[in-house]
Design a protein around this ligand. Structure first.
Ligand code: NAI
Length: 501
């Protein structure tokens, strides 16, 4: 087996585009000798110039010493042909995303490399097994999936196909660490880990929009302020671009045999078909000005005066705290006139008002599931007295929080999206795509999630997460919301979400 730590170890990289040049860069800064090639000689030269400029910038910023940068540059060799990769112990392919072209390249590599050399593909969407099928020796073929931009994204997914030998996976993980990345090991399944797990965030937001629960702005604000995501789902889709996230979503949905958990919505497709890709085209879910700045929607008008009193049919601590902060009196018995505040889990306002026998016209549901120190979400049932929602909004404003008002929805915005993220992460663990720890790490590093999906289930409370999923499933009636068996069993037993099977 190839020795990554050997003095004469050389890494080969085929394809000097966005990914290949980033892969070469982190290999060089990790101390490795690299041979880089590309079918397009001009592109190869361009890649070297850009790569050297990035290395120089590291020295300018004090992130590397000038002699380290000089040594890194000296370890790069540009080569014209695949035949020149013969001394490489590992070759990473980062060429065009086409199965036929990759297969031809893999066959050519097989012909020149030594028997123990490893060949890895950086493909995002092609099954590794489909590439390996072109090769004579398949045990040494694996996926090594980096994220864009490579120097900034620490994660690398090591993909083991059906025929990949275990020591090959270990060697590639060691190589990833040598390149300063954090490797996670995953099965050869559609979207691997990150491109599968990321679906829940985008797509549940799209379903909330489809149900007219809230606008993209409101959903993004809630996910940032209450759940601490660095970017809201719509901002993120506009940043990656519909030309990327729509086709990836289609591949993953089809790959899992059209599991409704992974389906998108017509609006997503129509933006894609219309070429409204997001920032890069100036229009997506948002519009952008000539400098690429988001054109902001007008801020909602401030709420009116807070009510003198609210009714709390259940003594929920978070609701009492909000009322106290706003200087509003709370009462348990209904006075027949004041707004009634409730804090449901997974239920919509309609359902909780009926279940508790409340006057639905005056009932206002408030989401206490996540951080409410900056922003609080409220919703009312159809036919509600607008004055009740106005009064509750005024109370929240008087308590010093921003208010997001949405249409009735089981699980509001935040409970619903986070429970769906947790549920998909649990299902990934159930399918054994990776260890629970690797699933969490992949989502945190690959998607900048504040926490991995299983850690998120624990923070929300495993029982609560399951309860939200059960209610979503029952209320909406779609298989999209069926709770994962992994989640169900751990919730019933009250065990941490990462508890192994
Ligand atoms: P790119 O278009 O920037 O670069 C591809 C390079 O490969 C080009 O320079 C091209 O001249 C070269 N090339 C094409 N066919 C070749 C061949 N037969 N032999 C040698 N060189 C050849 O593409 P990018 O974005 O770097 O993607 C490369 C691979 O990485 C694809 O498989 C893609 O799915 C995957 N990937 C891309 C990510 C991204 O965000 N761009 C993220 C993760 C994976």
């Amino acid at each position: 087996m190839v020795d990554i730590g050997a003095r004469d170890f050389v890494l080969g990289v085929v394809g000097a585009g966005a990914m290949g040049s980033g892969i070469a860069q982190v290999a060089l800064t990790g101390g490795l000798a690299v041979r880089l090639t590309d079918a397009d000689a001009a592109q190869l030269e361009k890649a070297r110039t850009a790569l050297f400029r990035r290395l120089d910038r590291l020295a300018e910023k004090g992130e590397a010493k000038p002699d380290q940068v000089a040594a890194a540059k000296a370890r790069l060799t540009l080569v014209a042909e695949v035949g020149d990769l013969a001394p490489c112990g590992v070759v990473i392919e980062a060429i065009v995303e086409r199965l036929d072209v990759k297969r031809t390249l893999f066959r050519a590599l097989e012909a020149v490399l030594t028997e123990d050399a490893i060949i890895a593909s950086n493909t995002s969407s092609i099954p590794i097994a489909a590439i390996a099928q072109a090769c004579r020796v398949r045990g040494r073929i694996a996926g090594m999936h980096f994220f864009n931009p490579v120097p900034l994204m620490r994660l690398v997914e090591i993909i083991a196909a059906a025929d990949t030998d275990a020591p090959v996976v270990e060697a590639l993980a060691a190589l990833g660490r040598r390149m300063g990345r954090t490797p996670v090991t995953a099965k050869d399944a559609p979207g691997f880990l990150v491109n599968l797990g990321g679906r829940a965030y985008y797509q549940e937001a799209l379903h909330l929009l489809q149900e007219s629960v809230a606008s993209p702005e409101d959903i993004d604000l809630v996910m940032r302020d209450c759940c601490h995501f660095r970017m809201g789902p719509f901002e993120l889709m506009d940043l990656t671009g519909m030309d990327v996230n729509y086709p990836v979503g289609e591949i993953v949905h089809k790959g899992y045999w059209y599991d409704p958990r992974l389906k998108s919505t017509p609006l997503h497709e129509s933006l894609y078909l219309a070429g409204r890709y997001g920032r890069k085209t100036g229009q997506g879910f948002y519009r952008y000005d000539a400098e690429g700045r988001k054109i902001a929607a007008p801020a909602p008008r401030p709420a009116t005066a807070a009510p003198a009193r609210v009714i709390l049919p259940q003594p929920v601590e978070g609701l009492v705290a909000l009322a106290v902060a706003a200087g509003v009196e709370t009462h348990a018995p209904d006075d027949g006139a004041s707004p009634i505040l409730v804090a449901p889990w997974g239920e919509d306002c309609t359902a909780i008002a009926l279940r508790l026998g409340l006057d639905a016209r005056r009932t206002v549901a408030i989401d206490l599931a996540h951080d409410t120190s900056k922003r609080v979400t409220l919703m009312t049932a159809p036919g509600a007295d607008p004055a009740a929602a106005e009064a509750a909004a005024a109370l929240i404003a008087a308590a010093g929080r921003a208010v997001t008002r949405i249409k009735d929805s089981p699980g509001f915005i935040a409970q619903r999206i986070t429970a769906m993220i947790a549920n998909l992460g649990a299902e990934m663990a159930q399918m054994g795509l990776a260890s629970p720890g690797d699933i969490d790490q992949a989502m945190q590093l690959g998607l900048n999630y504040p926490q991995g999906p299983l850690a998120l289930a624990d923070r929300l409370g495993i029982v609560r997460t399951y309860e939200i999923m059960c209610r979503l499933y029952e209320t909406i009636g779609s298989d999209r919301y069926r709770p994962s068996l992994w989640l169900r069993r751990r919730a019933l037993l009250n065990l941490p979400a990462a508890t192994p099977a």
